[in-house]
Design a protein around this ligand. Structure first.
Ligand SMILES: Cc1cc2nc3c(=O)[nH]c(=O)nc-3n(C[C@H](O)[C@H](O)[C@H](O)COP(=O)(O)OP(=O)(O)OC[C@H]3O[C@@H](n4cnc5c(N)ncnc54)[C@H](O)[C@@H]3O)c2cc1C
Length: 216
């Protein structure tokens, strides 16, 4: 594989570096002060709002979303350069939309209704997603997953516990992995479900503090 950045991707990386220098680095003192007080190294809603506005004006949204839903469809090599630049500051900010969850899963397997309801708003940066795979006792090896999805007429009833789910509290929906056939388990007995945040029984019990003052 060729890891050399193409000219257009180098220009993108330069643009993100400029965004980091002009917009994120000036926020570092405030972020570090919050962390020193034990509050965590977060950006406030006002700070995020301004960053969202500026990054959108700079054309830095939807870098990872597929082109046919309005994204830029950037390859992973380009996204590494983008994230390298964003990772160079303690003022931690994710360019909207929030993560490659949808690109990887929904774009690959969704039907028309799911594309309209989930993928397109995501590509416009209007929704926040999470991905729920890890469980207590099934982290690096998800084949030990216990969360169970059982058919109930037209519905699925899902029971189980997940852990370490980034943005679980603020997300609009979670792509949640569950066992549909425990006998097959990791050999064809697991599925991904789109679970809306307001689904009855979807509870976020606690935030887990991480080194560096962030939470998952
Ligand atoms: C900041 C943060 C954010 C995260 N966000 C998410 C998220 O959004 N969604 C999500 O689903 N998960 C998330 N995770 C979970 C992350 O994917 C898991 O932590 C990771 O898979 C490791 O699981 P674990 O910590 O339980 O370690 P363990 O599974 O206990 O693994 C510990 C060690 O044992 C090794 N090991 C475990 N099982 C095997 C095996 N069968 N064979 C060989 N070696 C093995 C591992 O490689 C590792 O070295 C997040 C974790 C962190 C720290």
């Amino acid at each position: 594989m060729d890891f050399e950045l193409a000219e257009e991707h180098r220009m993108l990386a330069d643009l993100v570096q400029r965004f980091v220098r002009d917009e994120l680095l000036p926020l570092e003192p405030a972020v570090m002060e919050r962390e020193a007080k034990g509050e965590g190294s977060y950006l406030t809603a006002d700070e995020r709002e301004k960053l969202d506005r500026v990054s959108r004006d700079m054309g830095l949204w939807s870098l990872d979303a597929p082109e046919d839903v309005g994204g830029m469809g950037m390859p992973h090599v380009a996204l590494v350069a983008v994230n390298e630049a964003l990772g160079s500051t303690v003022a931690s900010y994710t360019l909207p939309p929030d993560s490659p969850n949808l690109q990887m899963l929904i774009a690959a397997v969704s039907n028309e209704q799911q594309r309209e309801a989930y993928l397109e708003p995501y590509a416009r940066g209007e929704t926040i997603s999470a991905i729920g795979i890890s469980e207590p006792g099934a982290g690096a090896d998800p084949s030990g997953m216990k969360t169970r999805a059982v058919r109930d007429g037209d519905d699925w009833v899902i029971n189980g516990r997940k852990i370490w789910i980034t943005r679980a509290e603020e997300c609009d929906f979670t792509i949640l992995m569950a066992l549909t056939d425990p006998e097959k388990a990791a050999s064809g007995g697991m599925s991904a479900f789109l679970v809306d945040r307001d689904t009855p029984g979807f509870n976020v019990l606690r935030r887990i503090p991480m080194l560096g003052g962030e939470f998952t």
